[in-house]
Design a protein around this ligand. Structure first.
Ligand SMILES: NC(=O)c1ccc[n+]([C@@H]2O[C@H](COP(=O)([O-])OP(=O)(O)OC[C@H]3O[C@@H](n4cnc5c(N)ncnc54)[C@H](O)[C@@H]3O)[C@@H](O)[C@H]2O)c1
Length: 361
C-alpha cells in the first residue's frame, strides 16, 4: 500500500520540514502533489481546519493542505492550486480571476468555510464554470450568541470592569461606578434582517427589550411577527434605537455604510455593534463618533484590517470593545462549517446539487 502510494504521490512539505515519514504525511497531510496517474479528484485546503471536513474529503479525494493556523502566502497558494479540481478556502483567501486562472481548467468548485463571501469574485467563478459553496445556517446561532455577548460586554462596560479588577482600581462598591445602558425597556435596531439578524433578535427576546426594530431591502412579515420585530426605514431605526446591530452582508452597497452621516443619525447614547464585516464601517468616522460623543459605545468583532493593529486609535478608547473575529468560534459551529464545506465540494465534484451553493446574481 505504502509503496503504491509512494509512486502515486509526490510529496512536498510546506510545513517547515516536519513529518518526514510517509505515514505521518498520510496522517497530517501538509501538502501533496497528486500524480497524473491518480483518478481521484484533487482538493487543496488552504488552512488547518476542523478534521470533519478533511476526513470526509479524503474518502473520495486526494487531499493536499496548508496545515498551519496562519494563512498561506499568496504565491504559495497560486502554485498550490495548479491543477486541482476543488479548493477548500477561508475568508482570508481572495478568490479572483488570477487565482482561478492559476488553478486552471480542472477547477470545478470553490468551497468557502464561511457564510460571508465578499472575498469571492462570483462573476469570475461563473465565467469559468466554477461552482461556489458556502456555509450558511450552521454558524447562525453561534454568531447570534456572540453578538449578544459583545453587546452586553460593550454596554455593561466589561472591558473597563475587568481591567479595574486586574489593575487594582476596584476600591469599594460605588453606586455610580461603571454604569451603562441595560437592555430592559430599550429599543434594539437590527440592520440586515437575514439569518443572523433574526437569530440575534430571537436571542434578545428574554432580555425584556421594549421594541425590536429591523430594516432590510424588504419586510419579512412572517418572521417579524413570530419574533415581535417591526420594520422601519434605516433612518427610523437609527434614530429610535438604543442599540444598533450591523448584521448585513458586505456588498458594494453596504461598504462603509456606517459612516459619519449614519452615526449622526443615531442617539448620542447608542451602542453600535458590528459582527458582520469590518468593511461595512468607515472606521475613522467611527473613531470620531466615539471620541466626540456622537454615539455612546461600539463593540466590534470585525475590523479593517484584520488583525486590528495594536496601535489602532480604537483600542485607546474605553467605549470601544474589539474582539478578534470570533463570532462563529464554537467547537460545534466550526466543525459543522468544515463538514459543510466538504459536502459542498463533494456534491459539486459528483455533479449533485450542492447543499449550499452561492449563485452569481
Ligand atoms: N463575525 C463573524 O465571524 C461572522 C460570522 C458569520 C457571518 N458574518 C457576517 O454576517 C453576514 C450576514 O450573514 P447571514 O447568514 O445573516 O446572511 P444573510 O444573507 O441571511 O443576511 C444578510 C441580510 O442583509 C441584508 N442586506 C444586504 N444589504 C443590505 C442593505 N444595504 N440594507 C439593509 N439590509 C441589507 C440582506 O437582504 C439580508 O437579509 C455575512 O455576510 C457575514 O459577512 C460574520
Amino acid at each position: 500500500m505504502i509503496t503504491r502510494l509512494r509512486s502515486f504521490l509526490t510529496i512536498r512539505v510546506l510545513n517547515g520540514g516536519v513529518a518526514n515519514s510517509l505515514s505521518s504525511h498520510l496522517r497530517v497531510i501538509s501538502c501533496q502533489r497528486i500524480s497524473s496517474m491518480s483518478t481521484k479528484p484533487k482538493v487543496f485546503i488552504t488552512r488547518r481546519v476542523p478534521e470533519s471536513g478533511p476526513t470526509l474529503l479524503k474518502t473520495q479525494c486526494e487531499v493536499a493542505q496548508w496545515n498551519k493556523d496562519d494563512p498561506i502566502p499568496r504565491n504559495e497558494l497560486l502554485s498550490s492550486v495548479k491543477g486541482v479540481d476543488a479548493l477548500f478556502c477561508l475568508l482570508t483567501e481572495k478568490i479572483d480571476g488570477e487565482l482561478l486562472d492559476a488553478a486552471g481548467t480542472s477547477l470545478k468548485v470553490v468551497g468557502t468555510m464561511s457564510v460571508g463571501y465578499d472575498h469571492v469574485d462570483l462573476q469570475a467563478c461563473a465565467e469559468r464554470g466554477v461552482k461556489v459553496g458556502f456555509t450558511p445556517n450552521v454558524l447562525t446561532n453561534a454568531v447570534a450568541e456572540l453578538t449578544v455577548a459583545l453587546l452586553l460586554a460593550t454596554s455593561r462596560r466589561l472591558k473597563e470592569a475587568i481591567r479595574a479588577v486586574e489593575n487594582g482600581l476596584w476600591g469599594t462598591w460605588k453606586p455610580m461606578w461603571l454604569c451603562g445602558p441595560g437592555l430592559e425597556g430599550s429599543t434594539v435596531g437590527i440592520v440586515g434582517f437575514g439569518r443572523i439578524g433574526m437569530a440575534v433578535a430571537r436571542c434578545l427576546k428574554p432580555f425584556a427589550v421594549n421594541c425590536m426594530l429591523y430594516t432590510d431591502f424588504a419586510e419579512r412579515p412572517a418572521e417579524a411577527k413570530e419574533i415581535g420585530a417591526e420594520f422601519r426605514s434605516l433612518d427610523e431605526v437609527l434614530a429610535a434605537s438604543d442599540f444598533v446591530l450591523a448584521c448585513v452582508a458586505l456588498t458594494p452597497d453596504t461598504k462603509e455604510m456606517f459612516n459619519k452621516d449614519l452615526f449622526k443619525k443615531m442617539k448620542k447614547t447608542s451602542v453600535f455593534i458590528n459582527t458582520s464585516r469590518g468593511g461595512v464601517v468607515q472606521q475613522d468616522d467611527l473613531y470620531q463618533a466615539l471620541v466626540s460623543g456622537e454615539i455612546g459605545a461600539a463593540g466590534l468583532d470585525v475590523t479593517t484590517p484584520e488583525p486590528l493593529p495594536t496601535d489602532s486609535p480604537l483600542l485607546t478608547l474605553d467605549n470601544c470593545v474589539a474582539l478578534p473575529h470570533i463570532a462563529s468560534a464554537t467547537h460545534n459551529s466550526r466543525g459543522a462549517m468544515s463538514e459543510l464545506t466538504a459536502r459542498n465540494i463533494l456534491s459539486a465534484l459528483n455533479s449533485q446539487p450542492m447543499p449550499s451553493e452561492i449563485k452569481a446574481s
